[in-house]
Design a protein around this ligand. Structure first.
Ligand SMILES: [Zn+2]
Length: 388
């Protein structure tokens, strides 16, 4: 049995040469490991060097999550190359991989993890998907082991399910997708199946997507990750099917969720199509904020609205809705649930805004317990009598 080789050394590589790609399921020498990498990163010059984080908790978590994904029966079908995760010091949020098994995660992406190993697994699993796709000769083996895993999972271990039927339904459509979007979708699919076997619920893929979308960590660079990796759309039937298959495998392997490496899901959710408008002849501002939240049972859910002027919070002119730091914040609180949704109306008198500026940024945030789970903002131009 082949055991995945996971690099735990924190050596800093020196880049040189031009990009090469490989088409072999067999292991090859480490000397060539970074050639492809340079091209992927778009190095400014051949002598460019990158700084990597070494020996941090994040390094350890990344390596241990990588190891767990590779140690599954699906993980063992991946190309036999030298796998490692490097934490690259860069402000933008992104992740890269090369056909040779090197995965780079930028430090700009670190805020998205929030201590959730499942989110690490979603990023690393996706990048492992790219490694597999760079070795088309290994994909067949992956798919056949996946079909077996799915048959076992669906049949409760009895292997009585109609194998051909199941085989034809798991991922078949996904692997027919073309173009760069298709590749990203396939990488997500492969990652999700690796995650399921290794003990990370497929919902972590959605949680990653939402955290990127909402730019949690307040870095606009998070959009870079989304742009480079167009993610699965939950609305797509294909995504639903893929997630259902991954969930079935997860449940078969990890009947006790609390004991799984990914553990219970953290709260997550979405802010829907929200509006903010002036009412009462410009004397009041009303937010309508539809929200959805999950895994928030026993928590207090909070929807908050506030305003920014040049990235600074607008202060409260009245005692009502004044936060401890003096800024204006309008809150709605309600009881969390495993799955819940609500349409929240938040209202503030216009005179509560201690600003004479009318071009502001309106922000809404969704929190569960102490976690910020979604945030959205838009520019507004006030017309009414808010000048002070
Ligand atoms: Zn990707």
């Amino acid at each position: 049995m082949w055991i995945a080789e996971v690099d735990t050394l924190d050596s800093e590589p020196i880049f040189s040469g031009v990009g090469l790609s490989f088409r072999s399921c067999a292991p090859y020498g480490r000397g060539l490991a970074f050639l492809f990498f340079v091209t992927t990163l778009g190095a400014p010059g051949a002598a460019a060097r990158y700084r990597f984080l070494h020996g941090t908790t994040d390094n350890r978590v990344a390596t241990s999550v990588l190891r767990s994904l590779l140690s599954t029966s699906l993980g063992r079908t991946l190309p036999k190359v030298r796998y490692r995760v490097m934490l690259l010091e860069r402000a933008e949020a992104n992740a890269y991989s090369t056909g040779d098994g090197t995965i780079a995660i930028t430090t700009g992406l670190l805020p998205v993890f929030q201590g959730d190993r499942g989110v690490w697994a979603a990023v690393i699993g996706h990048e492992l998907g790219h490694v597999l796709l760079a070795h088309p000769e290994c994909v067949r083996q992956f798919r056949s082991v996946l079909a077996e895993a799915y048959v076992k999972a669906s049949a409760g271990g009895t292997e009585q399910a109609p194998k051909n039927l199941v085989q034809s339904s798991v991922g078949q459509g996904v692997f027919r997708l073309k173009g760069s979007h298709g590749i990203e979708y396939q990488a997500d699919f492969i990652g999700m199946m690796l995650m399921a076997e290794a003990g990370y619920q497929p919902e972590y893929t959605l949680i990653l997507e939402q955290r990127l979308l909402y730019g949690l960590g307040s870095q606009p660079e998070f959009l870079a990750m989304l742009t480079h990796h167009p993610r699965m759309e939950l609305r797509e039937d294909r995504t639903r099917k893929s997630m259902d298959a991954a969930s079935a495998i997860f449940r078969a392997y990890w009947p006790d969720v609390a004991q799984s490496p990914g553990g219970n899901l953290p709260p997550y959710g979405e802010i829907g199509a929200w509006t903010v408008r002036e009412t009462d002849g410009g004397n009041a501002l009303v937010f309508e904020v539809p929200v959805q939240f999950h895994r928030a049972a026993g928590m207090q859910v909070r929807v908050a609205a506030f305003f920014l002027y040049h990235e600074r919070r607008v202060r409260a002119a009245t005692a009502q809705n004044r936060a401890i730091d003096g800024s204006l914040v309008v809150n709605a609180f309600f009881k969390g649930a495993v799955n819940g949704s609500d349409a929240v109306t938040l209202e503030t008198p216009a005179r509560a805004l201690a600003t004479r500026h009318r071009a502001l940024q309106a922000v809404v945030a969704l929190m569960a317990g102490s976690r910020m789970i979604a945030v959205a903002s838009r520019r507004i131009k006030l017309r009414g009598g808010v000048a002070r």
